[in-house]
Write a protein that binds this ligand. Sequence first.
Ligand code: GMT
Length: 380
Amino acid sequence: MRIGIVCYPTFGGSGVVATELGKALAERGHRIHFITYSQPVRLDFFSENISYHEVTIAKYPLFDYIPYETALASKLVDVARFEGLDVLHVHYAIPHASVAYMAKQILAAHGIVLPIVTTLHGTDITLVGKDSSYEPVVTFAINQSDGVTAVSDSLKRDTYANFKIDKEIEVIPNFIDLERFSKKAKDHFRKAVAPNGERLVVHTSNFRKVKRVQDVVHVFSKIRKEIPSKLLLIGDGPERHNIEQLCRELNLCDDVRFLGKQDMIEEILSICDLFVMPSETESFGLAALEAMACQVPVISSNAGGIPELNINGVTGFMSNVGDVDDMAKNAMTILRTDESLKKFKSQALSRAKEFDTHVITPLYEQYYAKVIEASLTPAK
Ligand code: GMT
């Protein structure tokens, strides 16, 4: 198939999923065309089956707001016509689903049929999309998509609850490349960060409020009182300054390292013992899956789609949002003995294997085939 993929090219989960899906589909022989405003961060290699089309935007002094949607729609029309796309897969509803609809209508005027698949990722539904400044367009664009997928059952339910959707939403969970995300031998790195054999606690995110990174710090502070440990914070974002402040107030600075945005995240996860994800909402929790694949058990909230990934008492534990005491207690159950840690690590990996790219990618292939077939069948 010739597949166009639109996504945010940044470190965010939706962009990562879109890029990894494109890579996996390319390996299976499909021709993939990424159409984004800059090179996706995980698209850092050459593949003969992958092309990247940058959306360039002509500036004009009149524009207080850059008309990105117009530029993206024009680029989609161009790529679809000249590359002969069979399907266009857009990740994150805003603004990609409505832009795809616009492109589809323009192509129809040229006699070209382009089926659109929209994947809902989370905040496009649970936070931003339902705001009245976006809702009518999001509802319309989802309903006009030829196929709609959500990354968890929880997100599917939220979508039906928040929007008037008359389309069947297919749940296709996120997935993981187990060749890349596997435990690597990085003992020298571990010794440098935890020279006295401390336990290593880790969190990765975009440091937005919804991630509740302050809870990570509170949980760590409680663990550290009983078990010698260090905390690695990976990523960056709007809450970073407040989190640094909190570490100073709690006198934790010697044991907390801010590593910033990292490309080779699997190397860091490989040396860690516990991943903390206390999010307010989380449609799936891809960062937790990446940790589990590197044999890191997860302490998380029970928000959104997390219970579909983290199995309580098996791959880690879940607590109510904000219950840092319970999270810390559960963390210590895992970390207290080497035997317990070993057991949770192995169980985390077993669970991650259920989300192997090789298992999930064919679900997208089958879904594309179904959507293409339906769009070519004249309505009765
Ligand atoms: O978590 C974020 O803020 C980034 C966001 C995104 O769209 O880039 O992540 C969402 O999509 C990921 C991939 O499907 C999911 O694993 C995350 O759970 C989801 N984030 C939220 O729902 C908050």
